[in-house]
Ligand binder design. Structure first.
Ligand code: RAM
Length: 358
């Protein structure tokens, strides 16, 4: 009897212990504040998408394909990808057009890529698309040409915009001998970077030292070689006294220098602006474009991918003050306005053009 009672007691104790155990488990999952459960499930996947990057599958999106400037940026981006062990594909449309760029971005967002590095064709038109990507956990790094704040996580400036404007007016003034007619031949009329630089050039022209320069026209070659060439020819016909064409685009400056040569106006009309050394070498030597400026687009693409990966991997959030290492370029900090600065531009001329190969 005593034995039976003991067995029943032990059995009951065991049952109680089991129930208690089960109860605890239940308590943890159900009574752990209900609010915690949804929060965890809601934030965890988001964190994974937005910060872990899910495998480093990034896309470098230029304004357009077929432009050596962007091709060089892609070389730098691929170098960064190799170093970081991530994948970067290079995708764009053949024309520098905001609507086509938005279509491409929508399809990349639908594919749930891990991050986008974009040179924008329009600052404002791309904001909703950029915001949609960010909301979906896809960081947006703009480089070269920015999407306005709200549609990007961070923007990388190739050099200080004011300085890019100033150096072009300085070169134009030197070439014009301080006085005469000048004209600007830009990329597309909506290009965020060119429009910002043109704004700074106009400001610069108000300085007393440039009082002898007269800006007679601003025209657009849409970053297409043939259209830029025709626009340059048009400027020379409309303004027979024109002294300088400033082209703040690598496509426009090369086409303008060629047009000046073809028009037989070397020594009479000078071309300056922003170009790549390899495209401009012959024009520096012929005298149609004796001086121009640029940064290294390869470094820009390299920095864009390091920045994107730092954000997508969760190393930084992409906030002002965040600091990260960008391989061979060293350490960078995001400024208060949400931008990163690559460095100062270089001026190229007959003395140094052969030292560069890009
Ligand atoms: C063209 C593009 C690019 C610009 C350079 C200087 O290649 O318009 O956006 O940064 O020129």
């Amino acid at each position: 009897m005593k034995k039976n009672l003991l067995s029943i007691f032990l059995l009951l104790a065991l049952l109680l212990a089991l129930v208690a155990c089960g109860g605890n488990t239940n308590n943890e999952s159900t009574s752990a504040p209900e609010t915690n459960a949804p929060e965890t499930t809601a934030t965890e996947p988001e964190m994974e998408d937005a910060t872990a990057g899910g495998g480093g599958n990034y896309v470098l999106v230029p304004k357009n394909l077929g432009n050596p400037y962007f091709d060089t940026a892609n070389v730098g981006a691929q170098e960064a990808a190799t170093e970081l062990g991530v994948k970067v594909t290079y995708q764009g449309s053949s024309v520098a057009d905001a609507t086509e760029q938005i279509q491409l971005l929508n399809s990349l967002i639908a594919q749930n890529v891990d991050g986008l590095a974009i040179s924008a064709n329009d600052a404002d038109a791309l904001v909703p698309t950029g915001k949609e990507a960010i909301d979906a956990g896809i960081p947006i790094v703009t480089w070269d040409s920015a999407i306005a704040p709200g549609g990007r996580t961070v923007h990388i400036n190739q050099a200080e915009s004011q300085g890019i404007g100033a150096v072009q007016i300085q070169m134009a003034s030197d070439l014009a001998g301080g006085e005469g007619q000048i004209a600007i031949l830009s990329a597309t009329s909506t290009a965020p970077n060119q429009n910002e630089w043109i704004g700074y050039m106009e400001e610069e022209l108000k300085k007393p030292e440039y009082a002898g320069l007269e800006l007679v026209a601003t025209v657009y070659g849409d970053d297409e070689d043939e259209k830029s060439y025709n626009e340059a020819m048009g400027l020379m016909q409309t303004y027979p006294d024109l002294k300088v064409i400033i082209s703040p685009t690598t496509v426009g400056i090369a086409a303008s220098a060629r047009a000046v040569q073809d028009a037989g106006k070397v020594g009479q009309v000078f071309v300056t602006g922003l170009g790549t050394p390899n495209q401009m070498r012959e024009y520096v030597k012929s005298g149609s474009a004796p001086a121009f400026a640029l940064w290294n687009p390869g470094d820009l693409g390299y920095l864009a991918i390091y920045t994107l990966n730092a954000i997508a991997s969760g190393e930084i959030q992409g906030n002002p003050g965040d600091t990260f290492e960008a391989g061979k370029l060293g350490s960078y900090t995001i400024a208060d306005d949400g931008t990163i600065l690559l460095g100062p531009p270089t001026v190229f001329n007959a003395d140094n053009i052969d030292d560069f190969d890009f």
